[in-house]
Write a protein that binds this ligand. Structure first.
Ligand SMILES: [Zn+2]
Ligand SMILES: [Zn+2]
Length: 472
């Protein structure tokens, strides 16, 4: 007979005493009992390292004794871990690097991953790093952080102020990278318990809107079941988690149309073909798409923000250029709007005997599709957030006209993008992203690391159990 736990041992002793046959116990059983009492099982001992499969957290929400939450938050909030994440975040903040130039940041990420004994692939999408923690086998779940800074002169005065003129981490990507490294450390501690593999994506060039697409082109989503992304936001108090199912952030696209006519004397328009008139009619007709063709409850925008034509008051030019942006929240609406912009400009140009060429792939302003969260994965995020930060700190976010290149991942696989509040008036963390005064509340770093790690851990566990109810 072998006792499998201290509880089993106690039950045996109780039974033996009640049946008055304690003296029948073998020497072997007594030795086993002594070992069990002297070295209690690790599930009950809160030893963070070297957990083996029997010690994994099979109950996330229901078990009151040794929950995954207790374990992960203890790890994330240990003074050593918090100090380490702050140090990393400050090191990145001091040396901001723009899109596809994140060489020092990428090197720092690799240095820390190597220190943890985590394997990674590099370079991916020029400066990106892709690491893996867990069994190395399916299922795979991905966590994403972006690493690039912005061409902004920092006007805040933190101790760790940007050392590079004209460049600044004004969107919190320095903190995103530090939080994902924190999650990597937590997951590495739990690696023997992971029921699959967590893929950690440190991507470049979010601000240019191309980093995620480049990462996808290099195969980072191969066999990945789901993806999670966290972004700092000043709109919510520190530690608040906000997200929503379905449509969340707007898609953002740009267009540039060159309308060609036939140049001539402005005093004899009948022998010229006027592209300026075609451009003017096109601009008005583009507004009719929004006011006459779209559902008023389905918010969309078309703005013409550039008009260029002509060089002299008495010359009808050869061509006219109009350019602008369009936004929509639903994928269907977004791509339908893009199609109608092309149809309207071409048709109005034709009415006025002109031709038009339209470019939707401007290098400076690439298309970002709408960010649409998968409802099932959102529900997972909501439940995990309820446990990690409390129901009172978990909010249903409103739709938001900003855009994120995380949307490109969500076009490929299901996932969820969520916001983590950093608003703290006491330390001046009140400015919106892309402000030169942008400041974050670093106390949210352990919360972000714990959220990342728990999303992944419990998602893999749920897949293996094929369960979706709250006791999972
Ligand atoms: Zn940004
Ligand atoms: Zn950002």
């Amino acid at each position: 007979m072998i006792f499998i736990s201290r509880w089993d041992a106690l039950l045996f002793i109780k039974g033996a005493v009640m049946n008055n046959n304690f003296n029948k116990m073998t020497v072997f059983q007594t030795v086993i009992l002594f070992i069990l009492f002297s070295f209690p099982p690790c599930c009950l001992s809160f030893q963070y390292a070297n957990l083996h499969q029997n010690c994994c957290f099979n109950s996330f929400l229901a078990d009151k004794n040794a929950t995954l939450k207790d374990h992960v938050t203890s790890l994330a909030n240990s003074p050593e871990m918090v100090g380490w994440m702050k140090k990393i975040r400050r090191e990145i903040h001091k040396n901001p690097e723009l899109a596809y130039e994140e060489l020092a940041t990428s090197s720092l990420v690799r240095r820390e991953l190597e220190g943890m004994g985590i394997k990674f692939r590099w370079p991916v999408a020029k400066t990106g790093v892709v690491a893996a923690v867990g069994s190395g086998n399916p299922p795979f779940v991905a966590l994403r952080a972006d690493m690039d800074a912005l061409p902004i002169q920092e006007l805040a005065e933190p101790e760790h102020k940007s050392q590079v003129d004209g460049k600044m981490h004004a969107c919190g990507h320095d903190a995103h990278t530090a939080m994902l490294l924190g999650a990597a450390r937590i997951l590495q501690e739990l690696r023997n318990c992971l029921q699959g593999t967590v893929v950690l994506l440190f991507q470049p060039a979010e601000e240019r809107g191309e980093g995620a697409k480049d990462m996808i082109r290099e195969g980072v989503l191969k066999d990945v079941d789901a993806i999670f992304g966290v972004h700092m936001i000043h709109r919510y108090p520190s530690g608040t988690v906000a997200s929503r199912p379905g449509e969340f952030l707007a898609g953002c696209g740009s267009f540039k149309a060159i309308i060609k006519g036939k140049g001539g004397h402005a005093a004899a328009p009948q022998i010229a073909i006027d592209p300026i008139l075609a451009a003017a009619v096109s601009i008005i007709s583009l507004q009719n798409i929004i006011s006459r063709e779209t559902d008023p409850l389905d918010s969309q925008v078309v703005s013409v923000s550039i008009v260029q034509a002509g060089t002299a008051h008495n010359v009808i030019p050869e061509s006219a250029t109009i350019a602008g942006t369009y936004r929509a929240f639903g994928r269907k609406s977004f791509y339908a709007l893009r199609k109608r912009i092309e149809e309207v400009i071409k048709a109005q140009a034709a009415v006025l005997r002109c031709s038009a060429e339209i470019d939707f792939d401007g290098k400076e302003h690439p298309t970002l599709p709408p960010t649409v969260n998968d409802e099932r994965i959102y529900e997972h995020v909501r439940r995990v957030s309820n446990v990690i930060v409390g129901e009172e700190n978990t909010e249903l976010a409103t739709m938001f006209t900003g855009s994120e290149d995380f949307a490109s991942y969500l076009e490929e696989i299901p996932g969820c993008f969520l916001l983590l509040g950093i608003r703290n008036e006491k330390i001046g963390a009140v400015y919106p992203p892309h402000s030169p005064h942008y400041t974050i509340d670093e106390d949210v770093l352990p919360i972000g690391a714990a959220l990342h790690a728990t999303f992944a851990y419990s998602y893999l566990r749920n897949l293996s159990k094929n369960c979706s109810n709250s006791s999972c």
